[in-house]
Design a protein around this ligand. Structure first.
Ligand SMILES: [Zn+2]
Length: 404
């Protein structure tokens, strides 16, 4: 069994604690021990890595990506023009870029078809390099609803249940509902609710009874409230939050996945960038409200899990760590941003018993970076600083992966 000893490394454990001078032992696919460098000796035969000047983090997690979208200006048009096989081949590349950026797990909350589950299997079996994927398959939306270009449209509670069942049969571990209009789908308005409370409730109950997580896209406050009451585990975007929505989230324990990068990258785009003008206008109109909703959520004590919406215009796979900078700019400490991107994300995804923290017994999904992200969160965006990305005890990316 391969064993590694990372010595004299700064450990940020994913739970809000740090050890400035630690040794971490990895045996097989698991973390065997974490201790003070002066007390925990490396076992004989273990490969030793000098961790001075380096920080070890749990593998980062992004709770909101779309591996079928590539961050181009008009993603709706690209998906409609590309053959599904080409979309899947592109997704293979995006998955690899995500892993190289230190992200060992992603939640894919909407793919054009069910081939995402084949990509997941190919990565799980070691055929391809990529993050662990927890996938929704197609999103569930109303007829002509937002995100229908990566969704299954359903009208009425029975049709919604059938649409959910189709995702579960294909292998979904999370089901995504569209509870408001959106930015990228022409003709839908983010400030109006979509799907009825009855449809949301029927669909979410089906997903929950199958042991699945439930994510709901909602910009509008009414959409958020409908989804929270119907049983969503997370609200994605939560852009136009009001006090009632915030207090409902708090009492129901609903998690916010802010995706600040999604609105910011689209709103920050110039007229000539190629993003459809309707989408830019919608994003620009909401970006300030989105920031105040993020602050409102923090004041209300709502749990936050990191998500970028990577794949949306100019929001590229592999640049996922930009979201931590955006959260810190709105008042979060770097430590809290790291918690949101590790243990809090793992809890939302439902894999916290396996990954998300640096503790003995957990799977060794880790990222080793040069410098201290607690004093400068942006260094996580610098690929040169990523010394190694480890999945289940194996270096899978970075200079350390090339050495082994
Ligand atoms: Zn999305």
């Amino acid at each position: 069994m391969t064993a590694f000893a990372l010595q004299h490394v700064r450990v940020v454990d994913g739970l809000g604690r740090t050890r400035p001078d630690a040794t971490v032992l990895i045996k097989g696919d698991r973390i065997a021990a974490v201790g003070d460098a002066r007390q925990l000796a490396a076992p004989r035969g273990a490969a030793r890595i000098d961790g001075r000047g380096l920080t070890l983090l749990p593998g980062l997690m992004d709770c909101h990506v779309h591996l079928c979208l590539g961050g181009d200006a008009d993603v709706v048009q690209t998906v409609q023009q590309d053959d599904p096989a080409l979309t899947l081949l592109k997704a293979v590349r995006y998955a690899r870029q995500t892993l190289e950026a230190g992200f060992t797990t992603v939640r894919d909350v909407g793919f054009r078809d069910h081939s995402i589950f084949q990509l997941k299997r190919a990565i799980d079996s070691g055929l391809l390099a990529g993050p662990r994927i927890v996938a929704a398959g197609q999103v569930i939306c109303m007829p002509n609803g937002h995100a229908r270009f990566i969704g299954r449209e359903a009208d009425g509670p029975d049709a919604v249940v059938a649409a959910v069942q189709a995702q579960l049969d294909a292998g979904a571990e999370v089901v995504k509902f569209i509870a408001s209009g959106g930015v990228l789908t022409p003709g839908t308005s983010p400030d109006s609710a979509q799907m009825t409370p009855e449809e949301l409730s029927a669909g979410m109950t089906t997903a929950r009874q199958a042991g699945c997580r439930v994510a709901a896209h909602a910009h509008s406050a009414q959409g958020m409230k409908n989804a929270i009451r119907a049983g969503a585990h997370s609200i994605e975007h939560a852009t136009l939050m009001d006090e009632e929505a915030a207090s409902l989230m708090k009492t129901h324990g609903t998690v916010m996945v802010p995706t600040l990068s999604a609105l910011a990258t689209t709103a920050g785009c110039s007229l000539a960038c190629g993003v459809p003008a309707t989408a830019v206008a919608k994003a620009k109109a909401m970006v300030a409200r989105h920031k105040s909703s993020f602050k409102m959520a923090r004041r209300a004590g709502i749990a936050i899990a990191m998500g970028t919406d990577a794949g949306t215009p100019f929001n590229f796979h592999g640049e996922n760590a930009q979201e931590l900078e955006r959260m810190v700019a709105l008042g979060m400490t770097p430590m809290d941003a790291l918690v949101a991107s590790t243990s809090a994300a793992a809890r939302l995804i439902g894999i916290a018993d396996q990954v998300g923290t640096i503790e003995a017994g957990k799977l060794a999904d880790l990222v080793l970076v040069r410098g201290n992200p607690l004093s400068r969160i942006t260094l996580l965006q610098d690929r040169e600083r990523i010394v190694g990305v480890m999945q289940a005890g194996k270096w899978v990316s970075g200079p350390l992966a090339k050495k082994q």
